[in-house]
Design a protein around this ligand. Structure first.
Ligand code: HEM
Length: 311
């Protein structure tokens, strides 16, 4: 549904079996809803603040206050009893604003879950005695689902629009690139499994050297520890690649962890030989540089999380 087909909002209502009786029931509930609107808002922001990147969107107090008053208005509008073209145009505009801001659609879906759970709980509390409690609940569920449908339709529209505006050559190219990238990702996953198997081999070889007496006990134990560290880092990298294949972002930190593990292994081995002090020092500096890179890469999400918890 886009803003032109919004004119067909009666069909949308019909698809959700949203009838005049539902409108009347929602209006009946409005006084009770108003009585806990503030409590709703408190919970709403507490809920969406746990998303992590919320502060990237609701950047300052001014935007937050404006959003709060808009959410209040939207929430009470759910129980206005009037669901005409104005209601649907408003919803579509909200969706467009969110799309323009790049707000993940998942945030909106999750926020709706809060709205649903909170409101159903309160309807049960306040309308327990009501003889048409079930119908009231159905009416609320319907209007909420209709709202979510329109709010997220802007996202679908944007995705479709982007795809449809491409020429057929661009579309083919996009498909080929997607297939190629997914092929190489699976290839990388396979290669990582081979690396993990080699790490197991290295561990076995180090254990052999320890027990055959080729290495001293001290050196043998440190070498075995080093190869275990590499095995752990390789497994970690396979986990990262698996989540990348499931649609997650590319995790550079996995490769850095592996490099750090390999260098630490070298340090462990060289630390036993006084002649290799310079090498140990150089590897130490390299580990430090990699650790700083790791910290810089992982720092941003952690800082955002702290910021959101403080609010
Ligand atoms: C139940 C879900 C939500 C509803 C009903 C809703 C509603 C609204 C409304 C009514 C507006 C004003 C639109 C306009 O005037 O064009 C708006 C804007 C905005 N929304 Fe939401 N919102 C929801 C979820 C969220 C979430 C989860 C976030 C952030 C994590 C968010 C961030 C924003 C931002 C940053 C703006 C622009 C604010 C401004 O600059 O005025 N919204 N939203």
């Amino acid at each position: 549904m886009d803003d032109t087909t919004l004119n067909d909002y009666p069909a949308l209502k019909a698809h959700y079996r949203f009838a005049r009786e539902d409108e009347a029931l929602l209006l009946q509930m409005k006084p009770q809803i108003e009585s806990f609107a503030d409590e709703f808002l408190e919970g709403f922001y507490e809920f969406i603040w746990s998303f992590g990147k919320t502060a990237d969107f609701l950047k300052d107090q001014k935007i937050l206050t404006r959003h709060r008053s808009k959410i209040r208005e939207w929430y009470l509008d759910l129980f206005s009893g009037t669901y005409d073209i104005t209601h649907f145009l408003k919803l579509y505009k909200i969706g467009e604003t969110h799309v323009q801001l790049g707000l993940p659609t998942h945030y909106v879906n999750a926020a709706f879950n809060y709205v649903r759970v909170f409101t159903l709980g309160r309807i049960h509390q306040h309308c327990m005695e009501s003889e048409n409690l079930t119908d009231k609940i159905k009416a609320f569920e319907r209007i909420l689902d209709i709202n979510l449908d329109v709010l997220t339709s802007s996202y679908r529209q944007e995705e479709m629009g982007r795809f449809l505006s491409l020429s057929s050559i661009e579309k083919t190219l996009l498909r080929v690139l997607k297939k190629t990238s997914s092929f190489f990702n699976y290839l990388l996953a396979g290669a990582l499994v081979i690396v993990a198997l080699f790490a197991v081999g290295l561990f076995g070889y180090d254990v052999y050297l320890l027990f055959s007496g080729t290495n001293s006990v001290e050196q043998g134990i440190l070498t075995v520890l080093g190869s275990l560290l590499i095995l752990w880092a390789a497994i970690e990298l396979i986990h990262q690649e698996m989540s990348h294949l499931r649609g997650g972002s590319f995790a550079l930190e996995g490769f850095i962890t592996l490099a750090i593990a390999a260098l630490i292994r070298k340090i462990l081995i060289f630390s036993l030989s006084p002649a290799k002090t310079m090498d140990v020092l150089l590897y130490g500096v390299l580990v430090l540089c990699l650790a700083i890179s790791y910290w810089l890469i992982t720092k941003k999400p952690a800082l955002q999380k702290n910021k959101s918890l403080q609010r």
